[in-house]
Design a protein around this ligand. Structure first.
Ligand code: GRF
Length: 213
């Protein structure tokens, strides 16, 4: 495991993206050492997926903290114990403080179910339908101080069909996420990705637009 990138994965719920990462790691196609999976919710279904693979799990329950600052400090302390080179937000549904983001800047990735910068925030699928979009998708980005506003590394697109509703569209986007996210994590593990300020560098060159996958 010595040459593998140490990662910590944060989740809040179902964990299907976590599952995709676990499967690729297990198959040997993703060179990472998952040191821990941490949830802010004790009942997150994804925790069991990690336990099934003997990966340490932790819960830092946000309801037990007075405010965002104290929660983020506890979360940070929990993460730091595992000394990760990468923090992966896989459906982690908490707004992070600036101090937390600064501490992890350049080594924290998030996936988001829209073609950023469109539809930051929640309910992205319904909002894409309401806006009459003809395509939608998923993005993976470095996390910076602006919520869902960090520089985008890669995106996957899906066409919106006439008969789509939010659920059918979400299901198709999720399938894309399960390919896209592990791929970007692989690039990071292979040391192909860095962040300088708000500039993503890919293979040593500034990335001028998100990679389409
Ligand atoms: C995904 O849609 C992801 O893009 C968003 O939260 C959802 C998490 O799903 N950030 P899961 O827990 O990975 O199944």
């Amino acid at each position: 495991m010595g040459d593998r990138l140490a990662v910590v994965i944060l989740i809040s719920g179902r964990g299907s993206n976590l599952q995709a990462i676990l499967e690729q790691t297990h198959a040997g196609t993703l060179p990472i050492d998952i040191r821990a999976v941490i949830s802010n919710r004790p009942d997150a279904a994804g925790l069991q997926l990690a336990r099934d693979r003997q990966i340490p799990t932790e819960c830092v329950d946000h309801t037990q903290y007075e405010n965002r600052e104290t929660f983020d400090q506890a979360l940070q302390a929990c993460i730091d114990r595992y000394q990760p080179g990468l923090v992966i937000l896989a459906g982690f549904m908490r707004i992070l403080t600036v101090a937390f983001v600064k501490h992890n800047r350049g080594r924290m990735l998030n996936n988001h179910p829209s073609l950023l910068p469109k539809f930051q925030g929640l309910n992205t699928h319904q909002r894409a339908l309401d806006a009459g979009e003809t395509e939608h998708g998923a993005s993976v980005h470095f996390v910076t101080e602006e919520l869902d506003g960090g520089p985008v590394i890669a995106q996957s697109r899906v066409s919106i069909n006439q008969d789509d509703d939010a659920d059918s569209l979400a299901a198709r986007v999720l399938q894309q996420e399960h390919e896209l996210f592990p791929e970007v994590i692989r690039w990071y593990a292979d040391k192909r990705l860095t962040l300088t300020g708000n500039q993503v560098n890919f293979d040593g060159k500034p990335l001028l637009k998100p990679v389409s996958i």
